[in-house]
Ligand binder design. Structure first.
Ligand code: KIV
Length: 269
């Protein structure tokens, strides 16, 4: 969706959904705090995803599984304060919606009512259709997530590319039929993502899913080169911020030790 910097208009769920029929590609990025949300929002990103990937890039876990609903709510509140235009979607973390549809409604409601998210995202296709339907029936927009679903990493045997096309398409259709307004497609071959995108009327948002999706999502820390433990093949680094930050901090340490900082211009008379 093209940004209108002069008069920024908030991105709504219906507009986000309609971008597909207008042939407009959607730019989504994760955000976890006020400062990065402000930057991404003012850059014209259409949707900020408070993803449970924060478990890895903020908290340092190996997976997103330990992330709690309270943590997502906390980070959502920070992002909400920094956002004027973008749609804010918050992840329902592991075991906050899988137990029953009523659990999904209660916890989705908490992210909307108390934290200020506009929509929630949850992982799973056919097996999560009842939960998606219940949340949507409660008036809460849902973004689905199929393909590699990181909360099921142990069931899937690792962070692997998902190649079962009939199952992927059945999952995508089940998510759409249950009422989701869009769908993250993670780690699937590009031609499979193209077929999924053709099979559904809601926008597909790809990550590791090639160029044929209706939009793309990347993790903030990955795309800006802040998270350097490893780089998945699908990540493009648009900046090398870790190196910039390290250089700045080394300069700061040196200037403090040499008595060069603070100078007169940073001191009160
Ligand atoms: O948690 C997350 O950030 C996500 C995106 C990578 C799609 O689910």
């Amino acid at each position: 969706m093209s940004a209108t910097p002069a008069v920024p208009r908030a991105v709504t769920v219906p507009e986000f959904r309609a971008a597909k029929s207008r042939g407009e590609k959607l730019a989504v990025v994760t955000a976890y705090d006020y400062t990065s949300a402000r930057i991404a929002d003012s850059a014209g990103v259409d949707c900020l995803l408070v993803g449970d990937s924060l478990g890895m890039v903020v908290q340092g876990h190996d997976t997103s599984i330990p992330v709690t609903l309270g943590q997502i709510a906390y980070h959502t509140k920070c992002v909400v304060r920094g956002t004027r235009r973008a749609l804010i979607v918050s992840d329902l973390p592991f075991l906050s919606y899988q137990v029953s549809p009523s659990q999904a409604v209660r916890n989705a409601g908490r992210l909307i009512k108390k934290a200020g998210a506009h929509a929630v995202k949850l992982e799973g296709g056919q097996r999560m259709a009842d939960a998606i339907r219940a949340v949507v029936n409660a008036g809460i927009p849902v973004m689905g997530h199929v393909g590699l679903t990181p909360q099921s990493v142990h069931l899937l045997g690792g962070f692997k590319v998902q190649r079962d096309l009939p199952q992927l398409i059945a999952d995508a259709k089940a998510v759409e039929d249950a009422g989701a307004f869009s769908l993250v497609v993670e780690s699937v071959p590009a031609d499979a993502a193209a077929q999924i995108t053709q099979a559904v009327g809601i926008p597909t948002i790809g990550i590791g899913a090639g160029p044929h999706c209706d939009g793309q999502v990347l993790v903030f820390h990955d795309m800006l080169g802040l998270f350097t433990d490893f780089k998945p093949k699908f990540v493009k680094r648009y900046a090398d911020l870790a190196a910039h930050i390290r250089t700045a901090l080394e300069t700061y340490c040196r200037e403090v030790r040499e008595g060069k900082f603070p100078g007169a211009e940073h001191s009160f008379r």
